[in-house]
Design a protein around this ligand. Sequence first.
Ligand SMILES: NC(=O)c1ccc[n+]([C@@H]2O[C@H](COP(=O)([O-])OP(=O)(O)OC[C@H]3O[C@@H](n4cnc5c(N)ncnc54)[C@H](OP(=O)(O)O)[C@@H]3O)[C@@H](O)[C@H]2O)c1
Length: 272
Amino acid sequence: MVRARKYIMIKQFSGEPKRSDLQIVEEELPQIQDGEYLCKAKYLSVDPYMRPYMSQYPEGTMMVGDQVAEIVESKNKNFPVGKFVVGCFGWRDYTIGDGKALENPITVDPYVLLDIGTLSVSLSLGALGMPGNTAYFGFIKLCNPKAGETVVITGAAGGVGSHVGQIAKIKGCRVIGFAGSEIKCKWLKDKMGFDYAFNYKTVNADRALKECAPNGVDCYFDNVGGELSSIIFNNMNRFGRISICGAMSIFNTEKYTIPNVVKVDVYLNIIS
Ligand SMILES: NC(=O)c1ccc[n+]([C@@H]2O[C@H](COP(=O)([O-])OP(=O)(O)OC[C@H]3O[C@@H](n4cnc5c(N)ncnc54)[C@H](OP(=O)(O)O)[C@@H]3O)[C@@H](O)[C@H]2O)c1
């Protein structure tokens, strides 16, 4: 018998989620059956979508989320002990799985992580997981960037934005990022290779764009929506391309709710 712990949303979020909105609950898991495995979480992912996503579920629901977990017991040959499994198991430490997605309707089936040598398995939730794939496909497929073009990224220091910027540099683009602090902007320029990075909380974004993109913006990777995006839209070139990936500027407001699962599917398809 294993005692598992999980985070339950005990109060619907209002504004920014608070610690008191969540509670850790313990439960005893049964012995695994044929076809099942038991895994222990190694890393949990905390992503912006979780905030609006949870608003469609009643209080008492476990927090949604991907994790990478080590398989510690198994009666399923496809999920052997010692391997790591990536799945949307929610915020919990121990999970029993059978290889299929849990009851959550928008999740994909869990999969065993390929051998990535000495690299951290946490990469399966980052560059090799949803944020990395979102950055790659959302940018390459929707923006179709060409060498010499000017690319603007908001939420630039985040998991998705920082990868979009690096991919844009590999493609030979001129890259401008917006992030929320001086230290993040310095990191974007010094470590991520961005040509320009601005603190959107203190800069006049329109003036900054006019100065560093005098010929306009060709590609915009939008992680935030809101006023900053409106300013960038107004600086787009004709035949420019915009990848609308997320709307973090309103995720914590009551304006942004996802009332039903159908809408979630549509939303994810649009931004994927
Ligand atoms: N289509 C998909 O499947 C998919 C997959 C993954 C992510 N996404 C979307 O992509 C976006 C980025 O996700 P991520 O995983 O990169 O996020 P992340 O790494 O968690 O980055 C979050 C950052 O967003 C910034 N932010 C928060 N509130 C903001 C606001 N009001 N205005 C501007 N920036 C704000 C903050 O940085 P600052 O300090 O810079 O403000 C925060 O640290 C989200 O909108 C997410 O929903 C979509």
